[in-house]
Design a protein around this ligand. Structure first.
Ligand code: ATP
Ligand code: MG
Length: 252
């Protein structure tokens, strides 16, 4: 835990005055928010509110026009080269469309997480240290995917693919996981299983999870805190139970 300068409270990730525009479109309009370690936070808001842009700025997939992102005292926007690479390993992302390597099996996809962490490229995907394979198998087992470890990921169900992506993030050693609508393309049962897996990361591994969601119900069930975004700004920040349908409707 780190003490932040601005509010005196302990905060892990502090975002201040973040701005990002695309031509005439303002995606983030001076957004400020901070996150404590080990929270599971739902981010809700209507399409175009800036949810994906926010997560991508934190991961440095997008460069904001101005503002600050500080994580554990580190100025994230100033990171370059290997320090930036390390940050991207520490701060994993999962996506609605999974972003796995389709033509590889589940266990190899998980082992690729270790490659990200170590900054070395495997010469051949089949050559991994035995310890990596064991760890990847443990993670797949934990996510109830042991039976699918040798299956090409393109043949797995959506919920299974998303759990492979979560296992890969664990293999990568993430401290904070940014999940951009991780259950948007899943049926309710698979959505439940994936949300449970994300909550497991938070509770058992102490990973901070920021999760863009479309359904308030999911945020209510799984998150400690909900942030409502509209037009690139935070318009609600509180406990899920405090976000009434009225506020939610105003937000989305
Ligand atoms: N690469 C881009 N070029 C131009 N405009 C963009 C780009 N990326 C995002 N935008 C615009 O920025 C605004 C915020 O987009 P963003 O994807 O962050 O919204 P979102 O809240 O994630 O929406 P959704 O719920 O539909 O995923 C939108 O108006 C979008 O059209
Ligand atoms: Mg989005």
């Amino acid at each position: 835990m780190w003490r932040t300068r601005s509010c005196g409270a302990y905060s892990l990730l502090e975002i201040t005055g973040l701005r990002k525009s695309y031509g005439g479109t303002t995606a983030l309009d001076g957004l400020s928010v901070s996150f404590a370690a080990g929270q599971m936070v739902g981010i809700v808001g209507r399409s175009g509110a800036g949810k994906s842009t926010l997560l991508r700025c934190v991961n440095r997939l997008i460069e904001p026009d101005s503002g600050g992102i500080v994580y554990g005292g580190r100025d994230i926007l100033a990171l370059r080269g290997s320090a930036l690479h390390d940050w991207r390993a520490e701060c994993g992302m999962i996506f609605q469309q999974f972003h796995l390597v389709d033509r590889l099996d589940a266990v190899t996809n998980v082992m690729l997480g270790a490659v990200r962490r170590r900054r070395t490229l495997p010469l051949l995907f089949k050559i991994f240290p035995e310890a990596d394979r064991r760890r990847a198998m443990e993670l797949l087992e934990r996510l109830d995917l042991a039976a699918q470890s040798g299956q090409m990921v393109r043949t797995l169900s959506g919920g299974q693919q998303q759990r492979v992506a979560i296992a890969r993030a664990l293999m990568q050693g993430v401290k904070i996981l940014l999940a951009d609508e991780p259950v948007a393309s899943l049926d309710p049962e698979n959505a439940r299983v994936v949300m449970e897996a994300l909550r497991g990361l938070q509770r058992e591994d102490g990973v901070t999870v920021l999760c863009n969601l479309h359904q308030l119900e999911l945020a209510r069930t799984y998150c400690d805190r909900v942030i409502g975004l509209a037009k690139g700004k935070v318009i609600f920040d509180g406990r899920p139970a405090e976000m009434t349908e009225r506020i939610y409707t105003a937000a989305v």
